[in-house]
Design a protein around this ligand. Structure first.
Ligand code: AMP
Length: 188
């Protein structure tokens, strides 16, 4: 199977070629068709298997079509347990989305100053990558509009649970539209 067989938008295929990838990894071959078809998935995948692209490529594929909802809030939300993982996800979004016109990526992480985050959240956002605790603060202050949210990704969900983020993750999920697509990735 090649990336062309996955029916991804041509701008994404071009960026994948630039990255030097020739063949989708097993998790990508399994997850991408399901996600493009709009299904929810639960997947077991370790770091190093290509799981970030497995969710980011279909997420970007969604962004290739403009939203019908009149809002500036995120269309894709990725929750990660740590800052390091959030930064890797943000980098992947920029790398694979570099030829798409709509890929404004914002990271909301604990330990970063609030004024900067408030400014970032007051502008249009396509992909929001966040650690749960800090995101909850912004949701409670009414700074995030989830009206046009289409996809919720729980990356390393097992670690988020181990770190005690279960209530935060549930609160965040409840704040997003019930129509969203939900993806859960876990190493175990
Ligand atoms: P991840 O499991 O998401 O942490 O990805 C591990 C590494 O594999 C990253 O450095 C990616 O750039 C790389 N990668 C992801 N998909 C592919 C692919 N289909 N072919 C080659 N490398 C890939």
């Amino acid at each position: 199977m090649s990336f062309e067989d996955l029916n991804l938008h041509l701008s994404i295929i071009k960026a994948i070629h630039d990255a030097g990838y020739t063949t989708p990894t097993p998790i990508q071959q399994q997850a991408i068709p399901e996600l493009i078809a709009g299904h929810d998935i639960m997947a077991s995948a370790q770091t190093g298997t290509g799981k970030t692209a497995a969710f980011m490529l279909p997420a970007l594929h969604r962004l290739a079509t403009p939203s019908k909802v009149n809002s500036r809030g995120p269309r894709i939300l990725v929750l990660t347990p740590t800052r390091e993982l959030a930064l890797q996800v943000s980098e992947a979004a920029l790398k694979y989305g570099k030829y798409l016109p709509r890929t404004k990526v914002v990271s909301i992480l604990g330990g970063m100053p609030y004024p900067l985050q408030n400014k970032l959240l007051s502008q249009p956002v396509d992909i929001l990558v966040a650690t749960p605790g800090r995101l909850i603060d912004h949701i409670q202050r009414g700074r995030i509009d989830f009206q046009r949210l289409e996809m919720l990704v729980l990356d390393e969900a097992d670690r988020m649970l181990d770190m005690g983020f279960i209530d935060d993750v549930e609160t965040i999920a409840a704040a997003t539209p019930a129509t969203r697509q939900t993806l859960l990735f876990s190493a175990t």
